[in-house]
Every structure is written in structure tokens, then in C-alpha cells.
Design a protein around this ligand. Structure first.
Ligand code: PBG
Length: 341
């Protein structure tokens, strides 16, 4: 590879002078990160006996419970310390009042999530930090993040009951933290008080506090079978045009007791990280969502980008914008790419 250097002679101050070598660029670089600031999502699918690739998501697969443990073991060896688990059950509840009597609130069933958390904690103990995503879109038959009434309107009371029940169930099973991704009003406060009442005051809440209605969740919805059967999520996720609402949403989660805040999707929310940090004083992370990650996979597959270089570039950009931590489908590559803890 030819090395392009400049002949710097006349300028009293030159941008080029400080970019001449890797050592100089490193000397004045302002952001970095280690594998310990990245969180690896894992899809654990009930009843699956092996691994099933997720379209577009590279080496991320839908995993049966046994395969998930093996994947986590390999990821731990590769330096990953934080895992965000999406537990995908084989059966879904009606998510309506009719089912109320037979199972948990709204007929939704968190047994698979609890079993998954317990199995992972039993094997890995405190060598990892285990986060469980808390939402209803993977357990309701209509695929919305809420329990709906007969008129297909959000039944907020039952929804909050169900979210709190899910959080307590996975905390009981040993989760270190819960991560509500539903965007319902008041869920962080409700989950915090439910956890505390159940004796889980130590369990953290990492709220998806600024989460937009986005076109970038496609591969995830395939992986978690969580596409809404009708309508979309614009009734409860934030409109991308709305900056005020986006910041206020995180401020409210902070006030309700969230320990960690988050913007999502990451790259489309860069401008919001610093203002949220300024108004809450809390750590704010960024979720590099499935569609963002898949766009890098797709570019590389066409020979239009170097995948690893593009991935690392996006991580640096998220850190530069102020992200304390990053949830990324590439966390398991960090150490190999030179970002060991
Ligand atoms: C569930 C949930 C979604 C994601 C995380 N939790 C999908 C959605 O809200 O539709 C998206 C994550 C990703 O795309 O990687 N509510």
C-alpha cells in the first residue's frame, strides 16, 4: 500500500502535520473504548435445538437454550462481559383480557425468560453481567409491546402489571439488570417499585429511555418474531422529528429511577446523547440496532466497505457523541479488533 504523506513547508499551523503517523494520531485522539463497555445481544429461542441464522445479522443467530450457553461461553472467552438477552418463547399469550385468568397478567408467560436467566446465571455466575430485555412484543400474539383491550387500544394498567411481573420473574431467576424496551408511560417507576417490593433492590434498570419508531429494527423483528400483526409502533415509540420529546423521555426515565439511559437507534440519535447527559447526570448508552449493524454487513458483502473498519468507526462515533456504553451485535469482535478490556 502506498503511503501518502504531505510535504509540509509553508503553513504555520497544519492539520496534516499531526496526522502524519499512527503514533501522532493516537497521541491526540480523544475517544476510545474497551470490550468492557460493549454489550452483546443474544436471542434465546425456546424449543430450538440448534442455531438458526438471522437474515442480515452476520454471526448473530437465533439460538436454542443449549446453543446460547455455548455461544456465551465463547463470547466470554473473547472478552465480552455484558449480555442483553432476548428470550423468545415458543407460545404466545393472547395479550388480551380473556387470557387473564389462565396465566400471568394479560395471559403472557415469562417462564422461558426466567428459565433462560437462571440457566445462564447458573453457568456463568458473576463472571458476566446479565441483562434481560423486558417487553411484551415477543410474548403477545399480536406482536405489540403492550396488552390491548377489546378495541385494540393499549391497556396501560395491565401492561404495566405484566412488565413488572416479567421484571420480577427474571430478577428472581438471577438477572443483574432489566431493560424495558416497550416505551409505555410510567414503566420504569412501576418496575422499580415492583423489584424493590420483591426484595430485588440491587437489580438495575437500563431503560430504553429514548427509543424512536424506526425502520432500522427489521432484522431484530425477524429474530424475535416480534413484528406487529397489524398497525405499527408509532403510537408508543418516539417520532424522529421530535427532539424535545426525545430528551424529555429520557429525563422522565431518569426521574423514575432508571440507573442507565439509552438512545436507540444509536447513529440516528447522536445529537441527543450530550443533552440527555447534561439534563440527567446519568450514564447514557447507545444501541447500535440490528438494521444499523446489518447495513454494515450488507455494504461489506458487496465489497463496498471493510466490515471491521466500518464497525469500529461507528463505535468511535458513538463514543465521541458521549455514549457511556454501546449495545452492539459486534461486541464479541472487539478484543480481536484491538479493544480488549
Ligand atoms: C422490543 C425491541 C425491539 C428492539 C429491541 N427491543 C424492536 C422494536 O421495538 O420493534 C430492536 C433492537 C434491534 O433492532 O436491534 N420492543
Amino acid at each position: 500500500m502506498p503511503v501518502v504523506t504531505a510535504r509540509i513547508s509553508s503553513a504555520t499551523w497544519s492539520h496534516l502535520r499531526l496526522r502524519q503517523s499512527a503514533h501522532l494520531r493516537d497521541l491526540v485522539s480523544e475517544t476510545t473504548f474497551t470490550a468492557s463497555q460493549l454489550i452483546q445481544p443474544i436471542f434465546v429461542v425456546e424449543g430450538l435445538t440448534d442455531a438458526e441464522p438471522v437474515p442480515g445479522l452476520g454471526d448473530n443467530s437465533r439460538l436454542g437454550p443449549a446453543a446460547a450457553l455455548e455461544t456465551i461461553a465463547r463470547d466470554v472467552d473473547a472478552g465480552v462481559r455484558h449480555f442483553l438477552i432476548f428470550a423468545v418463547p415458543s407460545r404466545r399469550g393472547a395479550g388480551g383480557p380473556a387470557d387473564q385468568k389462565t396465566k400471568g397478567p394479560g395471559g403472557v408467560d415469562f417462564a422461558h425468560a426466567a428459565r433462560t436467566a437462571a440457566a445462564i446465571k447458573q453457568r456463568f455466575g458473576d463472571s458476566i453481567c446479565l441483562w434481560l430485555d423486558v417487553c411484551l412484543c415477543g410474548v403477545t400474539d399480536h406482536g405489540h409491546c403492550a396488552i390491548l383491550d377489546e378495541d385494540e387500544r393499549i391497556d396501560l394498567d395491565r401492561t404495566l402489571d405484566a412488565l413488572a411481573a416479567c421484571a420480577v420473574a427474571v430478577a428472581e431467576a438471577g438477572a443483574d439488570g432489566v431493560s424495558p424496551s416497550d416505551m409505555m408511560d410510567g414503566r420504569t417507576a412501576r418496575i422499580r417499585s415492583a423489584l424493590d417490593e420483591a426484595g430485588h433492590g440491587r437489580v438495575l434498570i437500563m431503560s430504553y429511555s429514548t427509543k424512536f419508531a424506526s425502520s432500522f429494527y427489521g432484522p431484530f423483528r425477524e429474530a424475535a418474531s416480534s413484528s406487529p400483526r397489524f398497525g405499527d409502533r408509532r403510537h408508543y415509540q418516539i417520532d424522529v422529528r421530535s427532539r424535545r420529546d426525545a430528551i424529555a423521555s429520557s429525563v422522565r426515565c431518569a426521574n423514575e429511577g432508571a440507573d442507565l439511559l439509552m438512545v436507540k437507534p444509536g447513529l440516528t440519535s447522536l445529537d441527543l446523547i450530550a443533552p440527555i447527559v447534561a439534563s440527567t447526570g446519568k450514564p447514557v448508552g447507545a444501541y447500535q440496532v440490528s438494521g444499523e449493524f446489518a447495513s454494515l454487513v450488507a455494504l461489506a458483502a458487496q465489497g463496498l466497505a471493510d466490515f471491521d473498519a466500518a464497525l469500529v468507526e461507528t463505535w468511535h462515533v458513538l463514543r465521541r457523541a458521549g455514549a457511556a456504553y454501546i449495545i452492539t451485535y459486534g461486541a464479541r469482535r472487539a478484543r480481536a479488533l484491538g479493544f480488549g478490556a
